[in-house]
Design a protein around this ligand. Sequence first.
Ligand code: NDP
Length: 459
Amino acid sequence: MQTFDFDLFVIGGGSGGVRAARMSAQRGARVALAEVAAMGGTCVNVGCIPKKLYSYAAHYGDSFEESHGFGWVGEAPTFDWDLLKANRAREISRLNGVYVQLLTSAEVTIIEGWARLLDAHTVEVDGRRFTAKNVLVSTGGTPTVPAITGREHVVTSDQMFDLSPFPKRLLVVGGGYIACEFASIFNGLGSQVTQVHRRDKLLTGFDDDVRRFIAGEMSKTGINLQLGTHISAITKTDDGLQVEVKDSQDKPASFLVDSVLYATGRVPNASGIGLETVGVAVNRVGAIQVNAQYQTSVPSIYALGDVTARLQLTPVALGEAMVVVDHLFGPTDGKKPRGMSYDFVPTAVFTHPNIGTVGYSEADAREQFGAIRVYRTDFKALKHTLSGSTERTLMKLLVEDATDRVVGLHMVGPDAGEIVQGFAVAMKAGATKAVFDSTIGIHPTAAEEFVTMREPVKA
Ligand code: NDP
């Protein structure tokens, strides 16, 4: 029988790779994990975690203003960008250490360097060769910037956290998660933000009411939203970057800014790791193709997370990792091996205000279920009766007529992610509108509106 150095060799120490390595080792497997950069991948280093920390920072700007209505008197403190960057860097390196610690205490062998597949069971890392019964590719993704004139002057989300100096004037290109989040964050931190998006609404794929509502709220916070607008060229001048744009009628305009962020999507990190050599099939966008157990076209090689370009979300990669672990090393406690469902995956966009959503958009629900009922409310939150803020909150429920099941739940408002997480459990469990109606609200909260919407606004 062939013997291998390891039972599992994981390439990439992001959320999914670390989870798979750690849990496999805890089930007695001999595991190695190769990582070329800081442990934790996009989420920990240049994604979810630093983004959320900066989002908290950005909210303070408003909070100081709003405190006056509650009796707090005096000038707001000034913002120190370098201090925020230093504090974030310290916390991220602490987390890098926690990830290393988790792996080493589970007895995973960490190998630093760039890993490349040589054959179905062999990986080379900087000249050293290792064999493994199975290999897991969890190399994540990278921001992509289209070919535009002046491309060399732009930055991506990878550079945003450490920009120097602070961009007093920022132009953000794109209308997805990253573009909207960074527009809100830098606006809150004090930049003058212009956001340019090629479509007439932000956040393609989200519910249309949410898309309209968030555009209104973001504009109210001071973001200059330019929808239906395309970038023609970016040139460097003595006064900053000159960005030429054209609107949907081909009318030109230009903006002078300090930085341009391109947030126009992410591509899988699937090159330079030997996939072609070994014959691992990728699709036309370069994502590794996998089956329900995350097995690639080469049976000993698995792949998960952003390199497979399904739902690019950390908790999804964690869920996928557990499917792989159960499949390779068996579930614990005699349970059935886990499967992964992509239905009713809740998600949040950390705009100001936040968006939280789970289930179908109204358009998708009509297509999927035919007859539906739509419940919707928007209101000024209690806090803003004294804060002076004009921010409003949107809540929307979509109910399948035939079964009374709640199939879509959407919110734009403070802490939407926190609120929607709990409702996602109810919706996974198949909660009907009758169950929502029989649930007692918590008063006074915004969340209670989800259980007190009685009359549909349309069918
Ligand atoms: P998205 O796919 O969400 O958005 C990309 C945006 O760029 C879209 O608005 C798209 O427009 C636009 N775009 C694409 N190509 C071009 C182009 N050539 N010229 C102009 N505009 C273009 O990608 P992101 O980069 O924002 O984020 C990647 C993924 O990361 C997200 O989909 C999400 O899964 C994940 N993520 C999750 C977060 C969270 O959970 N809070 C936070 C950040 C990221 P169009 O709509 O027309 O396609």
